[in-house]
Ligand binder design. Structure first.
Ligand code: FAD
Length: 571
């Protein structure tokens, strides 16, 4: 077993993890990045279609700056956000993020006169090369920066548990390099978990292969408090078939250089969402689209799994093709563009909630454990916000580190983890493949904790979880029990985390007794700002957990009503 020592171990090679590592390195703190996939090529960051402008950057006016802040707080987070953090994040994006990216060589798309092309309207965005594909060049840049800086990397290496010092603080991680089959222990003065927002916990999900809720499961096991786990976001316009295209979106928001965007049509051919008429303010109004779809589903004119259509037949194809990649998917599927519409379906997108953090330092409730990016429960989505966290966490750690030391080798924890992992590496005569177990978990979550849910479906989901623990997990079985390049073993490790993360999400969903934005309870259809404009905090106790409510300060924007039917609320 390899044992490494460092100041900081950063877990995750997405926007947040990379930027945290680059900043820590600049501060002369010895840093190792550990990534389940490849750094800059795994997780959700590569899917960012475009980059939302913030503050007064790249020609934004004072009004744009205010509208973008309102969009972030209201449409994007349903007021479940630290507004002061949002303000500071916006200022940083304006002053440092865009200038630094351009200086490092990220090409922001320009027109023939050399002007940066933006989407029009109240909330503006830019693209790196093409709208629909910005995350790839963005993350290629980060990968190069990490390599150029000489920051040590452990890639295709999954962190399977956090290691604690005697006082309970986090002081390292246990990892498996699943290519070589070797274990690696990294002892660190501080650990940054940056494993992302988008977990693949539902049948349809934008999350990638690496995203199995590991960060939530590992943080909870060492006692970290969680918050707003129930606040799942959904895409409404992702391609229904083939299933491997579930992450590909028929983008219904304003396009670069055009006023227009895709429209949505129900099973009877009636248009039910057109951004220009239905929601000209919001730049990323997925929740608004979801509410429009929910009404169609209630009327029997669409299903969350399909039976409705989207496309660009209302647009001039030259406008769509000028700066976006959107025509490509249609052509690859043999459809006419822009004449044809395509069947679309709902996909679980990112999660607003996660590990509860102090937004000034990204410290979790467990000493030594920090969080950056989507895993944190303080905000929802966007590559710029995840990047900002990378800066904040580096500053937070730099101010905390003097008292932290690497502890002694936690030999018993290492031995326990080795045994746990090897207990999964078995072949049984009538066993179940781990990939099948993952599918079963996802199908249950889709059916019982999907877009619309109620106490009965959620309680039934908890029964299923108990049953999976008793009857499914112990029957997981591999075809091959070699340690190297054994993806079935990785699937088995994932399945355990998925069950833990799903159970926590279901409990949190039961606790929030209202509907709010994308969180829809059939038994509590009202948005209730009197009782539920609060952080739904889940804390570990000796014999389980308890929930606490923490009100949000509302210095900049307020909802302006006490209760209302969530489907009729405009965000
Ligand atoms: C389909 C899609 C479209 C999007 N569109 C946009 C957009 O247009 N604009 C925008 O701004 N944002 C967009 N986003 C959101 C944004 O890109 C990301 O959510 C954000 O960048 C997340 O960054 P992150 O670093 O927190 O997580 P991620 O990028 O998800 O990175 C997580 C990392 O953690 C690693 N990891 C996970 N588990 C482990 C483990 N156990 N051990 C070691 N490593 C682990 C993964 O391999 C990965 O490297 C989109 C997201 C998706 C999914």
């Amino acid at each position: 077993m390899q044992i490494l020592n460092t100041d900081v171990a950063v877990i995750g090679g997405g926007a947040a993890g990379c930027y945290a590592a680059l900043n820590l390195h600049r501060m002369d703190l010895k840093t190792i990045v550990i990534c389940k996939g490849l750094i800059g090529k795994s997780g959700a960051s590569i899917f960012a279609g475009n980059l939302v402008l913030s503050g007064r950057s790249l020609g934004n006016s004072e009004t744009h700056a205010r509208d973008t802040a309102e969009f972030l707080i209201k449409y994007h987070n349903q007021f479940l956000i630290d507004q002061e953090w949002a303000r500071q994040c916006g200022q940083w994006l304006e002053k440092f993020y865009y200038p630094e990216l351009e200086e490092a060589g990220l090409y922001l798309r320009r027109d023939n006169d050399g002007n940066v092309v933006t989407s029009p309207g109240k909330i503006r965005s830019v693209a790196a090369n093409m709208q629909g594909n910005s995350g790839v060049p963005f993350m290629d840049l980060r990968r190069k920066q990490i390599i150029k800086a000489g920051i040590p990397r452990l890639e295709e290496t999954v962190v399977t548990c956090l290691l604690c010092r005697l006082d309970g603080s986090v002081g390292g991680v246990f990892c498996l390099n699943y290519i070589t089959g070797e274990y690696v222990v990294v002892l660190a003065r501080a650990v940054v978990l940056a494993t992302g927002y988008s977990d693949r916990l539902h049948t349809r999900s934008t999350g990638t292969r690496e995203m199995s809720g590991d960060g939530i499961a590992m943080a909870w096991r060492v006692g970290a408090s969680l918050v707003n786990l129930e606040m799942q976001w959904w895409h409404t316009n992702d391609i229904a078939y083939p299933p491997s295209w579930q992450r590909v979106q028929v983008y219904p928001n304003p396009m670069l250089g055009s006023e227009k965007s895709a429209r949505m049509v129900n099973t009877e051919g009636e248009e039910f969402f057109n951004q220009q008429q239905d929601d000209p303010l919001a730049y990323g109004p997925y929740t608004v689209q979801l509410k429009a779809l929910a009404k169609q589903v209630h009327a029997g004119k669409a299903r969350y799994e399909g039976g409705y259509f989207a496309g660009f037949d209302n647009c001039d194809p030259r406008e769509v093709e000028a700066y976006t990649t959107y025509g490509k998917s249609f052509r690859q599927l043999g459809l006419r563009f822009p004449e044809d519409l395509i069947e679309t379906a709902v996909t679980a997108h990112y999660r607003q909630g996660g590990v509860d953090v102090d937004t000034r330092t990204m410290r979790s409730s467990v000493p030594g454990l920090y969080v950056a990016g989507g895993l944190g429960g303080h905000s929802n989505g966007l590559i710029g916000l995840a990047t900002y966290d990378g800066k904040v966490v580096a500053d937070g750690i730099a101010s905390d580190l003097p008292p932290q030391q690497t502890g002694a080798l936690p030999e018993q924890q290492m031995e326990d983890e080795r045994r746990r992992l090897e207990g999964l590496l078995v072949a049984r005569a009538d066993g179940v493949p781990p990939a099948k177990v993952k599918d079963i978990i996802r199908a249950m979550m889709w059916e019982k904790a999907g877009v619309e849910k109620d106490a009965a479906s959620l309680r039934s989901a908890l029964d299923d979880i108990a049953n999976f623990r008793l009857n499914l997990l112990p029957r997981m079985s591999m075809k091959r029990t070699a340690k190297s390049t054994n993806y079935e073993w990785l699937d088995a490790i994932d399945a355990v985390n998925m069950i833990d993360a799903c159970e926590l999400i279901i409990h949190s969903s039961l606790e929030r007794k209202e509907s709010r934005g994308p969180f829809m309870r059939r038994d509590f259809p009202l948005q209730d700002n009197d009782k539920w404009l609060v952080a739904n905090v889940m804390k570990r106790t000796e014999n389980g957990f308890r929930f606490e409510q923490r009100p949000y300060e509302l210095p900049l924007f307020k909802p302006g009503f006490a209760t209302a039917n969530n489907l009729e609320v405009a965000w």
